[in-house]
Design a protein around this ligand. Structure first.
Ligand SMILES: *Cc1c(COP(=O)(O)O)cnc(C)c1O
Length: 234
């Protein structure tokens, strides 16, 4: 049986090959190891193999894990963020992937200014138009982005989306293409929307082909999560 480190290295090489195949620089495509629901000791093998980006989606769980983990990790917050939790996470994460409303961006701005920091964020786009998904709709984006770029204390680094849970490759691909189109349309010298956070365990290969720079990978690295992620960390 393959050990978990070999599994991680294999994924790295699949990603590298997929990037090369579509004429991209493999260094532009990074894994965010989604460690949510797993205690640090079960995900640390990735760290030992060189991974320094980890993604978490629950504030409390993440803060506990950060205490236990080495300090040279860049933690990304990938989950839905409530405004009342913003204060807890400012200065604890190097990138917030899922800013999905103007109000949330304003709150992040306000707290960042109080804390004398600049918080890097991605704006989440609802590219699938599923009502259950969070994020800005493409049609609304223009009016929001013009307000968000004016906010002090936040720095928009790019865009994030989630494709629907489906086996239909065309549907998935078109969501990723939508994100890319928004990037093309709104990126400028003053606002380089450099990062595209898209692609999870089931669809990361398509995401690479469509320009992803941050792949959010959980299951494929760490195995299936129990109970949709409710574990108790002591
Ligand atoms: C859990 C989660 C992931 C990882 O999903 P896998 O299918 O396990 O790779 C990616 N992105 C977000 C926003 C998540 O909540």
């Amino acid at each position: 049986m393959k050990n978990e480190k070999e599994g991680y290295l294999e994924i790295l090489s699949i990603i590298e090959n997929a990037a090369i195949k579509c004429h991209r620089d493999p260094k532009e495509v990074k894994i965010v190891a989604v460690s949510k629901t797993y205690p640090w000791k079960e995900v640390s093998f990735c760290y030992e193999e060189g991974c320094r980006l980890f993604g978490e989606s629950r504030v409390q769980e993440a803060l506990v894990k950060q205490e236990e983990a080495p300090k040279d990790i860049e933690w990304h917050f990938i989950g839905t963020l409530q405004k009342n939790k913003v204060r807890k996470i400012i200065n604890k994460f190097s990138l917030l992937h899922s800013v999905n409303s103007l109000e949330l961006a304003e709150k992040i701005s306000e707290v960042s200014l109080e804390e004398n920091t600049v918080t890097k964020i991605l704006l989440q786009i609802n590219t699938s138009y599923e009502p259950t998904k969070h994020g800005f709709l493409t049609e609304q984006f223009e009016s929001f982005i013009s307000k968000i770029v004016l906010l002090k204390g936040v720095e928009v680094q790019g865009l994030m989306t989630m494709a629907p849970l489906t086996k239909d490759e065309k549907t998935i691909r078109s969501c990723f293409q939508n994100l890319r189109k928004i990037q093309t349309k709104f990126s400028s010298k003053d606002l380089p929307l450099k990062e595209l956070s898209m692609g999870m365990s089931e669809d990361y290969k398509i995401a690479i082909e469509e320009g992803a720079t941050l792949l959010r990978l959980g299951t494929i690295l760490f195995g299936k999560r129990n109970y949709q992620g409710n574990i108790i960390i002591k």
